[in-house]
Design a protein around this ligand. Structure first.
Ligand SMILES: Cc1ncc(COP(=O)(O)O)c(C=O)c1O
Length: 371
């Protein structure tokens, strides 16, 4: 069996048609289409404001700046996430304090948060990973008790809800990513969700050279250029029309795996009941040894993906690296048994919307023969 793809964007003529309109209009930088995309995203996520940025990493950075994160501050980050949750904190000048994850969900372990808080802690960054929401009720309670800000990294979270509220709406800010492997994509791209106009303006100033309007050269504050483009918005609008279809299709793939697995060594992951809507943008399986299963699948021409490597073990964090010494990743010497377990036991199976029945059946048969 050939050509099984792990994950790929659902992109076709409809994106091309939208793009053509932009190319012929010659209006390529952020304009009306970007605003439409922001409004549609705000509606879909039930957020008051949605502001587009060039990618999710810059969105995290701007959200951190907007809550006034500064040098010397500490920000709590789960030990399993894409590295940019942490590097955005470093870029904002603060220190990352690592917190272990719950191995069943890969989300920050709420029981371990309070231990990581010091007098310098300013914020928590819960990351909603692989279609599961963090336990936001508990996180909100802790944040209130210690007067901490919350920035939700919902880069993978479009369509995911916690107790019927879309993720990204619980904290001070929430971010989404539209990187190519996400549920929907704009190539690169990101969104910040927020609740009030003054926060919206802060983000807009940060992403637009410290001014609220383009076309003026009077800059009220310092900012950068993290703009979206009309091409991204054109693709994004076409993608939004497919979002429900993609989510359904991903659920069907996950259910097929789940209902056909007959191997005691393997189990599709469970979704906590607090995640009222999940999105299996990657179908995750629990197994005895993720490395062994991945090699076995590779021998059968089936691609898979290991989950994020625990941050405390990343080679770029070795003691002698300057950036780490000067800025700091705190707590990396602690015991991260939850992260270790998650990394060793969880594997992402092929999750492309284009998987056909024959391919899915072949994957299931191969999984059932694993020993
Ligand atoms: C959890 C998480 N955070 C942050 C990011 C960064 O987003 P971007 O690639 O759009 O910069 C990603 C993915 O790309 C991610 O998966």
């Amino acid at each position: 069996m050939n050509n099984i793809i792990q994950v790929e964007p659902v992109i076709d003529n409809s994106e091309l048609e939208e793009l053509k309109k932009i190319i012929t209009s010659r209006y390529v930088t952020e304009h009306d289409l970007t605003e439409q995309f922001e409004n549609i995203t705000a509606d879909y996520t039930n957020s008051k404001y949605a502001i587009s940025l060039c990618n999710g990493t810059c969105a995290l950075f701007c959200a951190l700046k907007a809550i006034n994160i500064e040098r010397g501050d500490e920000v709590l980050v789960p030990n399993i996430t894409f590295i940019s949750t942490a590097t955005a904190v470093l870029l904002a000048g603060a220190k990352v304090k690592l917190v272990d994850v719950d191995p069943k969900t890969c989300c920050i372990d709420t029981k371990k948060i309070e231990n990581a808080i010091t007098s310098r802690t300013k914020a928590i960054m819960p990351v909603h990973l692989y279609g599961i929401s963090c336990e936001m009720e508990e996180i909100l309670e802790i944040a209130k008790k210690y007067n901490l800000k919350i920035i939700e990294d919902a880069a993978q979270g479009i369509g995911v809800s916690y107790n019927n509220k879309h993720v990204g709406n619980f904290g001070d800010f929430g971010i989404l990513s539209y990187y190519g492997n996400k549920t929907i994509t704009t190539g690169e791209g990101g969104i910040i969700l927020c609740k009030n106009e003054s926060d919206r303006d802060k983000i807009y100033m940060l992403k637009n050279h410290g001014r609220l309007k383009k076309g003026t050269f009077i800059h009220e504050s310092l900012g950068w250029n993290f703009s979206f483009t009309e091409m991204q918005a054109a693709i994004g609008l076409a993608q939004m029309k497919k979002l429900d279809f993609i989510i359904k299709k991903k659920q069907i793939i996950f259910d097929k795996y789940k209902n056909s697995l007959k191997n005691n060594l393997l189990k599709m992951r469970d979704i906590p009941t607090s995640t009222s809507n999940t999105v299996h943008w990657l179908s995750n399986i629990f197994c005895d040894d993720a490395g062994k299963l991945s090699d076995y699948l590779k021998d059968h021409k089936i691609p898979s993906r290991r989950i994020f490597y625990p941050l405390n073990k990343q080679p770029c964090l070795k003691e002698n690296k300057d950036v780490i010494k000067k800025r700091g990743f705190l707590g990396k010497e602690e015991n991260f048994e939850g992260s270790e377990r998650a990394f060793n036991k969880i594997l992402s199976l092929p999750s492309s919307v284009y998987l056909d029945d024959e391919q899915t059946e072949y994957i299931i048969k191969t999984l059932n023969n694993y020993n």
